[in-house]
Design a protein around this ligand. Structure first.
Ligand code: CO
Length: 134
């Protein structure tokens, strides 16, 4: 059920600024900034040959990454995202294995227009996991 690594997300105060550093230092291809109000973040993607880096910055006062930025003022790795072929089947299997799905368990549409869910970091070696249907 686990597909390829879709992206690694790095939370920062300014996603465009962070991505531009990758553009200048590595010659990386960077996307435009995309606000995702439903997720409380602004995203900028850096495209690599085999995956993406997703820079996220808080959007709005109730942003779920606001506390993370408070604790990590210089930014830090926030989550990793794996492709799954069927997000509902993946969710139900994970719940059956005792994993905790964050929020109400209903997939939201993520930055790529695909359904996503987040899994509790305590169930996955301390790393917040996102799954995306692809
Ligand atoms: Co993500």
């Amino acid at each position: 059920m686990l597909g390829r690594l879709n992206h690694v997300a790095i939370a920062v105060k300014d996603a465009e600024k962070a991505a531009k550093i990758y553009g200048a230092a590595f010659g990386a291809e960077i996307s435009a900034a995309v606000p995702l109000p439903e997720h409380g973040v602004i995203t900028v993607f850096v495209t690599l040959p085999n995956t993406k880096i997703e820079f996220i910055q808080p959007l709005g006062e109730a942003s779920p990454i606001a506390k993370f930025i408070e604790r990590n003022a210089d930014g830090g790795i926030h989550h990793i995202c794996y492709d799954v072929p069927d997000i509902i089947a993946a969710r139900d299997k994970l719940i059956g294995e005792g994993a905790r799905v964050l929020g109400d368990g209903v997939p939201k549409i993520g930055a790529h227009g695909k359904p996503v869910l987040f899994l509790h970091p305590k169930d996955f070696s301390g790393a917040l996991v996102e799954i995306e249907q692809n």
